[in-house]
Design a protein around this ligand. Structure first.
Ligand SMILES: NC(=O)c1ccc[n+]([C@@H]2O[C@H](COP(=O)([O-])OP(=O)(O)OC[C@H]3O[C@@H](n4cnc5c(N)ncnc54)[C@H](O)[C@@H]3O)[C@@H](O)[C@H]2O)c1
Length: 335
């Protein structure tokens, strides 16, 4: 497919884990968990260059993914190296510089890692700048591309699970970093706006500027949403429990598994309903990056809507920023 009319030229910024590292020690036929892995597996992308200041890492990345050109920074990329898609995968601290440089190169789409930028002010600015420049901006809230999450969203909308009674998400490693994935997944599944009712004490379990914070939120239709915390030093934890009138669904291990308990007649107490034995179902999180690549391709070539836009990610980031600022006493609930 490379060289065909539909092939999209990609420039990757930052050559770490999410750029490709997550896939470098996985079997070639494993579902991709990274940008480079997804572009390569899809087959309709050509990674024409990468930007990475660490020369050793850059060389290894180029060698592994067969990328012809590597640069230490954006200013070293000659104008002759053009890209349809610029994939921003460097540490969040460099986001503003990278988004500015990417916009200046007028790609057909920017695919940027989450969070959009370290501060809400910068995140707003760059979402606006992309819109002004007419460059579609996709943000990698990965679960938006997971087919099982999209299906559950549809089932919830169609009331297949009846009424949603409450939602509890458990996370660690920062409200802005991992918490934003959780909040974004809840916004997607419940198709709602969220208000903050209360926040708890912040716990600095990984990032110096991004504590993990417990919080109680409420959807516009009044569903309580609890965010509870774990400690990043123990193990990664990302779970989401939905209590509905028809049963309880739990996304486990970030979406690699689901545990489903349906309501039914109690085996022990006549006339009572209870939750029946749990059913374990494999999640489809592993397919998400491949679906993201396909979505980018369709967006560029056919104007398909992006599953996660800058505007949508900005709503998520604003909420996470409010939670962080309230928990650290920098903002009051009524602000
Ligand atoms: N969507 C997800 O699920 C997900 C998962 C992991 C990381 N992320 C996000 O991706 C980004 C990178 O995270 P990671 O875990 O891959 O980090 P990483 O540390 O593994 O990789 C970052 C790479 O960027 C390079 N780099 C540093 N400064 C740079 C610069 N100025 N220009 C270009 N490259 C530079 C580093 O040398 C490193 O190779 C972060 O914003 C993070 O929040 C998202």
């Amino acid at each position: 497919m490379v060289g065909s009319f539909s092939t999209l030229r990609v420039l990757i910024v930052g050559c770490g884990n999410i750029a490709g590292g997550f896939d470098e020690r996985r079997p070639a036929d494993a579902l991709p968990l990274s940008h480079a892995g997804a572009y390569r597996r899809d087959g309709r992308f050509d990674i024409v260059g990468c930007i990475e200041p660490d020369a050793g890492r850059r060389a290894a990345f180029q060698a592994h993914w067969g990328i012809p050109h590597g640069y230490a920074d954006f200013s070293a990329v000659p104008p002759s190296v053009t890209a349809d898609i610029i994939a921003i995968c460097a540490p969040t601290a460099f986001r503003s510089a990278h988004l500015e440089a990417a916009i200046a190169r007028s790609p057909r789409l920017i695919f940027c890692e989450k969070p959009i930028a370290p501060t809400l002010h910068e995140a707003r600015l760059w979402v606006e700048r992309c819109a002004e420049a007419g460059i579609p901006l996709a943000i990698n809230h990965t679960r938006r591309w997971a087919p099982d999450v999209a299906r559950l969203r549809d089932e919830l909308r169609q009331q297949y699970w009846g009424e949603i009674r409450s939602v509890t998400g458990t996370y660690n490693k920062g409200i802005l970093n991992n918490g934003s994935h959780l909040v974004d997944a809840i916004r997607l599944l419940l198709d709602c706006t969220l208000e903050i009712e209360a926040v708890g004490a912040p716990q600095w379990d990984f990032w110096p500027d991004d504590p993990t914070v417990p919080a109680l939120l409420r959807t516009d239709s009044g569903i309580p949403v609890h965010l509870t915390t774990a400690h990043a030093g123990d193990y990664a934890l990302f779970e989401l429990q939905l209590v509905t009138s028809a049963g309880v669904l739990v996304m486990e291990d970030g979406g690699l598994r689901w545990r489903i308990r349906r309501a039914g007649d109690s085996a022990h107490f006549a006339g009572y309903k209870a939750l029946l034995a749990a059913e374990q179902v494999d999640g489809r999180y592993m397919e998400a990056m491949l679906h993201a690549a396909a979505n980018l391709h369709d967006a560029v070539h056919h104007g398909a809507p992006l599953a996660c836009t800058g505007a949508s990610a900005l709503v998520t980031q604003a909420l996470c920023d409010d939670i962080r600022e309230m928990a650290t006493g920098r903002r009051k609930a009524a602000d």
